[in-house]
Ligand binder design. Structure first.
Ligand code: FES
Length: 130
């Protein structure tokens, strides 16, 4: 079903953040889904690109950030894990330096609609199985 302007209705349960909440480049944490295992992740914007990943480092499984919404290096060119310093490419989630070099963050498929970043259709709003 569409909205009055012909755009699809927003599924609010799948909204991760508003595009305007993201600096360029910038990042934000999100949590969607209920129950014991909500999906906890990060959204990163760089130019026209928006990427999302599960907030779990492939090295030791820790959350990447210490401070809320703070996932990028000082120059904002890479994603940083604050636990032991692993660095990840924004566009691929691949670790390019640190203790898990060659591993990758788990991507969360997203779409940008009506100025919002949404979990893509069919992606469960819960933490992935190990
Ligand atoms: S848990 Fe991320 S680098 Fe160790």
């Amino acid at each position: 079903m569409g909205g009055a302007d012909g755009e699809p209705e927003l599924d609010l349960a799948r909204v991760l953040c508003a595009l305007g909440e993201l600096d360029d480049p910038g990042s934000r944490a999100f949590r969607v889904g209920g129950g014991d295992w909500p999906l906890s992740g990060l959204v990163v914007r760089r130019g026209a690109e928006v990427h999302a990943y599960v907030n779990r480092c492939p090295h030791a499984g820790h959350p990447l950030n210490l401070r809320p919404h703070d996932f990028l290096t000082v120059d904002r060119s890479l994603i940083l894990c604050c636990s032991h310093g692993a660095l990840f490419e924004i566009a691929t989630g691949r670790c390019v330096a640190g203790p898990c070099a060659g591993a990758a963050l788990a991507r969360v498929p997203v779409v940008v609609t009506r100025g919002y970043v949404l979990l893509a259709e069919g992606v469960p709003a819960q933490a992935p199985d190990d």
